[in-house]
Design a protein around this ligand. Structure first.
Ligand code: NAD
Ligand code: GLY
Length: 359
């Protein structure tokens, strides 16, 4: 088992990465400081892993809530169901919420934990690659709004993250690929050596080679933990984790939540960001082709949907947490392995990318 610490003074916490971790009772005992525990999951993950988790919790007063599966349920309405159950079962302020699932359950569970009685303990047991390498780490929690993705939320750190690589065995290939988009992101924004390792090892990752997957999860979590420790609430370097996300969120919102997986939309958005970075003279054609090629190798989409016009893209990108005074600000690439902080881009150059890339 590997242990990576997210250093945040008194709120520091470990990310455990390894095999068969959801069955290690001692990890739960170490981090649950209450009698009452609720496990939040969804109808796909619960039949696979909920019993294993509940078996480790026999000495607690445990309840569980199984939500429907899908990004379209990442809403305040479904978080309210968590509050309803906690209140009905008289959960007190020192209770613990365990989020067992992918990024959707992790984001909703974390947000419910942040809000219930102004904050109860929570643990993340991420079950998708995307959640293990990104969403479970760093304390961003929240839900979508019809007018914008992740627009309602809170920063709220977990007590620990238990990333059990074995649960990825049941993950669909399409979901594994979507997770790889966020793994590739770390290489692109700050870690050229990791990017080169990924270029050489994509086949092993797609074949679910355990050693390769564990290495990719570990390197991603090391990168993410360093960024979060430096800038927990995104006043600076944390924004670089949004490479491709402003385009990507526009694709997700504009196509209807659930049409594109988050990682798929991020892959397309990263290619658009790379095209824009080339127009600004920072990347060359070879760099852009290299970026497109690695996403293609992962069977990820690299072209935006035809039905999203430039005008619609701009409208959707105008609702973004990085924007300041109404100006769209983007994370771009100075080179492979180095991202910019959010920068305002000339509207004509942005439109040129939106008009021509993939059209
Ligand atoms: P997801 O949670 O919808 O999971 C993807 C699918 O895989 C679901 O159908 C789920 O039921 C299924 N699944 C999960 N684990 C499984 C397993 N082990 N075996 C079989 N099936 C399994 O999607 P995701 O890609 O994990 O997360 C995407 C969400 O994460 C988005 O809402 C995105 O906004 C959010 N996100 C948050 C952050 C953050 O920092 N908080 C970062 C990145 C993404
Ligand atoms: N996934 C973006 C962040 O955690 O900041």
């Amino acid at each position: 088992m590997h242990k990576i610490i997210v250093e945040l003074d008194k709120r520091s916490y470990p990310i455990y990465i390894g095999s068969n971790l959801i069955n290690k009772t001692e990890l739960y005992l170490k981090h649950i400081k209450s009698k009452q525990v609720i496990v939040l999951s969804n109808e796909t993950i619960a039949p696979l892993y909920l019993d294993s988790v509940l078996k480790q919790l026999t000495e607690f007063q445990v309840t569980s809530l199984v939500l429907p599966d899908g990004e379209q349920y990442k809403t305040l309405e479904y978080v309210t169901q968590v509050f309803d159950q906690l209140l009905t079962e008289k959960f007190s302020r020192n209770s613990t919420l365990i989020a067992l699932g992918g990024g959707v359950i992790g984001d909703m569970g974390g947000f419910a934990a942040a809000c219930y009685q102004r904050g109860i303990n929570f643990m993340q047991i991420p079950t998708t690659l995307l959640a293990q390498v990104d969403s479970s780490v760093g304390g961003k929690t929240g839900v979508n709004h019809p007018l914008g993705k992740n627009m309602i939320g809170a920063f709220y750190q977990p007590q620990c993250v238990i990333a059990d690589a074995d649960v990825l065995d049941t993950l669909a290939d399409r979901q594994l690929s979507a997770g790889l988009a966020e793994v590739i992101k770390y290489g692109l924004i700050r870690d050229i050596q990791f990017f080169e390792w990924l270029e050489a090892n994509i086949s092993a990752l797609l074949a679910r080679d355990k050693k390769a997957l564990s290495y990719a999860i570990e390197q991603s979590c090391i990168n993410k933990a360093q960024i979060v420790s430096e800038d927990e609430t995104e006043s600076g370097v944390r924004a670089t984790l949004n490479l491709g996300h402003t385009f990507g969120h526009a694709i997700e919102t504009g196509s209807g939540y659930g049409t594109y997986l988050h990682g798929e939309a991020v892959a397309i958005g990263t290619c658009q960001a790379a095209d824009l970075s080339r127009r600004l003279g920072w990347l060359n054609n070879d760099d852009v082709n290299r970026i497109i090629a690695i996403f293609k190798q992962c069977h990820l989409p690299t072209l935006p949907p035809n039905n999203l016009t430039t005008e619609r893209f701009i409208e959707l990108m105008s609702v973004d947490k990085k924007n300041v005074d109404g100006q769209i600000r983007l994370i771009l690439l100075k080179k492979i392995g180095e991202a910019t902080l959010p920068i305002g881009v000339d509207k004509n150059i942005l439109s040129a990318t939106l008009d021509t890339y993939g059209r």
